[in-house]
Design a protein around this ligand. Structure first.
Ligand SMILES: [Mn+2]
Length: 322
């Protein structure tokens, strides 16, 4: 860690224009780490631009609404330093953002995905609750965190470890969260909104998803399917369906849950996988289909008729669920 942070601080000091990236289909950890980093860089006397592939869902924007998130790449934009947060693979930066990333001579990556092979020049990859936890550890001795930075980091941690219920939250996570809460004591206030419970649209899409749930492999695998028609009915963006796959983890006996979400093309399916079982690694299942992620939370895309793609996933899960 020491050599990474020293290289990073040196690079920051020597830079004129810094671009911050994270993964497409933004979540709280990716956006909160990007925005916290933007503020940290400000404290180090540097301006940075935060890039996202597309506008994030309102549930997440709620936490970062004072930041400018750039979704357009200007051809004339020249950056000399790139820092990517929370992104396990270069292609997950997103097509537009990756094209800019590839023009930047010096690149750093800060991430907690264990499948990350290190695509930047300097990589700091540590398996833990979240990228926000890593940012805390990298920078808390280098800059004075104010309440805004603390709240952002706390939010990313809280959301990426399912409100401290997933096994990626350990004593170090709690310790870090506790330090951040000292600086931003009211950080817990808004999480009811964050989990989407207060959004009626979110509730409509959840109802449709729950109605679609089917069980496989002696009820150890639960699959929900959401079509474009469902999103039209619920009148919500697709990113609002993020938490559905986790709800299914609450069903007793379900070891793997999967949510299928239809893409623009009716035969494109985005699939999220979750498990809460220590002996199951859903990132390995995702990798079979060129996806990736964490042991307990990962994602993949499949093309084809819904029955065919469900069968393909069931087949791979069967090897894991005896
Ligand atoms: Mn994350």
């Amino acid at each position: 860690m020491a050599s990474f942070i020293n290289e990073l601080i040196k690079a920051i000091n020597n830079s004129n224009k810094i671009a911050i990236f994270s993964h497409e289909n933004s979540d709280h950890d990716s956006l909160c780490s990007s925005c916290a980093l933007h503020l940290i860089l400000q404290k180090l006397g540097k301006h940075s631009d935060i890039f996202v592939e597309e506008k994030p869902s309102n549930a997440i924007l709620h936490f970062v609404n004072s930041f400018e998130l750039k979704t357009e790449i200007n051809e004339s934009d020249k950056y000399d330093l790139a820092i990517v947060c929370d992104t396990g693979e270069a292609k997950r930066i997103g097509e537009k953002c990756l094209s800019l990333f590839n023009t930047i001579p010096l690149t750093f990556c800060i991430d907690h995905h264990h499948t990350n092979k290190g695509y930047a020049k300097y990589n700091y990859i540590k398996e833990c609750s979240s990228t926000c936890e890593i940012l805390y550890n990298l920078f808390h001795n280098k800059v004075d965190f104010n309440a805004q930075i603390a709240k952002l980091l706390y939010t990313g941690i809280y959301m990426d470890c399912g409100a401290f219920t997933y096994s990626n939250a350990n004593y170090k996570t709690y310790k870090c969260a506790s330090e951040l809460l000292k600086l931003a004591p009211n950080s817990n206030d808004e999480f009811f909104v964050a989990f989407g419970i207060a959004h009626t649209e979110n509730f409509e899409i959840t109802k449709l998803a729950m109605n679609s749930v089917k069980f496989y492999l002696k009820n150890q695998l639960a699959i929900s399917v959401l079509t474009n028609e469902d999103f039209k009915k619920a009148n919500c963006p697709k990113t609002d369906a993020k938490f559905i796959v986790s709800y299914m983890q609450g069903i007793k006996g379900v070891k793997i849950s999967a949510n299928f979400r239809q893409g623009k093309n009716v035969n494109d399916w985005f699939i999220s996988l979750r498990t809460s079982y220590d002996d199951i690694d859903v990132s390995k299942i995702a990798q079979k289909f060129n996806g990736g992620g964490h042991k307990r939370a990962s994602g993949l895309t499949l093309k084809g008729d819904i029955n065919k793609v469900i069968n393909a996933l069931v087949y791979e899960c069967k090897k894991v669920l005896k």
